[in-house]
Design a protein around this ligand. Structure first.
Ligand SMILES: Nc1ncnc2c1ncn2[C@@H]1O[C@H](COP(=O)(O)OP(=O)(O)OP(=O)(O)O)[C@@H](O)[C@H]1O
Ligand SMILES: [Mg+2]
Length: 347
């Protein structure tokens, strides 16, 4: 069992300024949890506190039911993989993989067995006698992951491990890490600022902003029911469109007014007064009989789908469609949205 529980976890690097504020998060045993958020929101700080590389200011961290606040990193049964790989440049791949086990005075045969196992899992067999500088970025990242695997930790911590790789390699390594997670059946906490990684990899994702958790939920739940406007805008690409509007209630009927478009809404779904209306690009119906009049400015064909960037009285917007687009820039369209695809946020 290696559940990781953060309780009221705080971190201030300087007096009076909290970098991580009152985090409460339970990562279940064997769960793949992704911490995602913009640069500087405190993801690495949180991960490093779990690893024991950073002192905590207050709160508790427990791993597998044991409070580890005071334990040294080596006694926490966690292994961390860093963005910059942190390999020993003058050691071969084999020596890099074996190093932490040697330090622990693990018997030679055991080291050889674990190194061989990790190398096999990661496809590193042909590179064991090379130095890091003789490897590609992807291979180096595999060695970094291998160094964590040989230790057989209860919890893996990854800090943006794929951000130095090109797009194709990144997508391959994503799949590989997920396969590894299935095979090893252990708890993994994965930090990224890439929302695609978060969506595709996490059993659950925890969205952070300014040192605070905004929402923790399975990816699709975050996507479909974002807790607030920040989450709605951060998860999804292209991002959700936002419009400033007003909810009016007249004779028991609620309507939402945007510049150039008024439509009925369920009163229960929003409060009276000013609102932000959120609409995902794929939720626009083009050529509706009635709705928001917009003019196409740019069409981007992405292969299976197209993005249409438009101007409208309610503001600039982007729509996404998987249908063949027979329109061109300058054409007018009438947009509408199914009521269940409207999201409302407090300004
Ligand atoms: N050792 C330190 N001393 C003082 N401030 C620090 C230290 N490390 C990080 N910070 C500050 O704490 C905040 C959070 O940093 P952190 O590295 O946790 O962010 P992050 O979410 O990992 O961002 P990124 O996506 O850019 O890696 C930042 O404002 C950063 O400048
Ligand atoms: Mg970071």
């Amino acid at each position: 069992m290696a559940e990781v529980v953060l309780t009221e976890l705080c971190k201030s690097y300087e007096k009076g300024r909290e970098t991580v504020h009152n985090l409460n998060l339970t990562v279940h045993d064997k769960e793949f949890m992704v911490l995602v958020g913009p640069s500087g929101c405190g993801k690495s700080t949180t991960l490093r506190m779990i690893a024991g590389l950073e002192e905590i200011t207050s709160g508790t961290i427990s791993i597998g039911g044991q409070v580890v606040n005071k334990l040294l990193p080596k006694d926490r049964d966690v292994a961390m993989v860093f963005q910059n790989y942190a390999l020993y440049p003058h050691k071969t791949v084999r020596e890099n993989l074996a190093f932490s086990l040697k330090l622990r005075k693990t018997p030679k045969e055991e080291i050889a067995r674990r190194v061989a196992e990790a190398a096999e899992m990661l496809g590193l067999n042909d590179y064991l006698d090379r130095l890091p500088k003789q490897l590609s970025g992807g291979q180096r990242q595999r060695v970094a992951v291998g160094r964590a695997i040989v230790r057989n930790p209860a919890v893996f911590l990854f800090d943006e491990p794929l951000s130095n790789l090109d797009a194709k390699m990144r997508s391959e390594m994503r799949t590989e890490l997920l396969r590894l997670h299935q095979r090893l059946q252990c708890t993994m906490i994965y930090v990224t600022h890439d929302q695609v990684e978060a969506m595709t990899m996490g059993d659950r994702i925890c969205v952070m902003k300014d040192g605070e958790i905004q929402q923790t939920a399975p990816p699709m739940e975050v996507y479909e029911h974002p807790a607030n406007q920040f989450v709605a805008g951060f998860i999804g690409s292209p991002p959700m469109n936002f419009f400033q509007g007003r909810i009016l209630v007249c004779e028991g009927k609620a309507t939402c007014e945007l510049p150039g478009w008024t439509f009925p809404v369920q009163q229960a779904s929003c409060n009276k007064g000013n609102v932000i209306v959120g609409i995902r690009p794929e939720h626009f119906e083009l050529d509706a009989p009635d709705g928001l009049h917009a003019t196409i400015e740019i069409i981007e064909h992405l292969g299976g789908e197209s993005l249409l960037r438009m101007a409208s009285p309610a503001g600039e917007l982007v729509a996404k469609t998987s249908q063949k687009v027979a329109k061109k820039p300058g054409d007018s369209v009438i947009l509408s949205v199914a009521p269940e695809n409207l999201r409302f946020f407090t300004p």
